[in-house]
Design a binder for this molecule. Structure first.
Ligand SMILES: [Zn+2]
Length: 149
């Protein structure tokens, strides 16, 4: 049985939901895509805006572009209080449970956008108590709080 199912999300569009209780540390789904060289991703207009949601850096030489329909993991939404983490292992990327997840909970991870002047174009609707209001990674959130005053 798959650990997840696709369902309409409260956060945004479709999301992935736990299909059973998932223990912390479990590999849930592979983040599939095409391996491209870092040089390619740097010059490609596809990743121009620096907010390449589906682009992961694998190592010094390679990135993984997950912007494909066959990559089910791309449906996982961002949350400011996520229950999943994304890790690379060799040239593969996996989504892991970073806490115990109950059946029926939506899967989420921190998209890890860095702070940018256009952060207001990326509002967050994750609903977490600690929601920053915008999709910005944890280490960058203090900047927004400062700016909002
Ligand atoms: Zn949020």
């Amino acid at each position: 049985m798959k650990l997840y199912k696709i369902k309409k999300s409260k956060i945004d569009n479709n999301g992935l939901y736990a299909n059973q209780n998932i223990k912390k540390g479990t590999k849930i789904i592979e983040y599939k895509g095409k391996i491209i060289s870092v040089k390619q991703s740097e010059v490609s207009s596809k990743f121009d805006n620096g907010k390449a949601i589906y682009l992961f850096n694998i190592n010094k030489k390679y990135d993984l572009d997950g912007d494909f329909k066959f990559n089910t993991a791309r449906l996982i939404n961002h949350s400011c209080d996520p229950n999943c983490e994304v890790f690379g292992s060799g040239l593969k990327i996996w989504v892991y449970a970073m806490k115990n997840i109950k059946k029926g909970e939506e899967l989420s991870y921190d998209y890890g956008f860095s702070y940018d002047d256009d952060y207001k174009d990326y509002p967050c609707r994750c609903g977490a108590k600690s929601c920053a209001g915008y999709i910005v990674r944890q280490g960058s959130r203090w900047r927004i709080k400062k700016k909002r005053k």
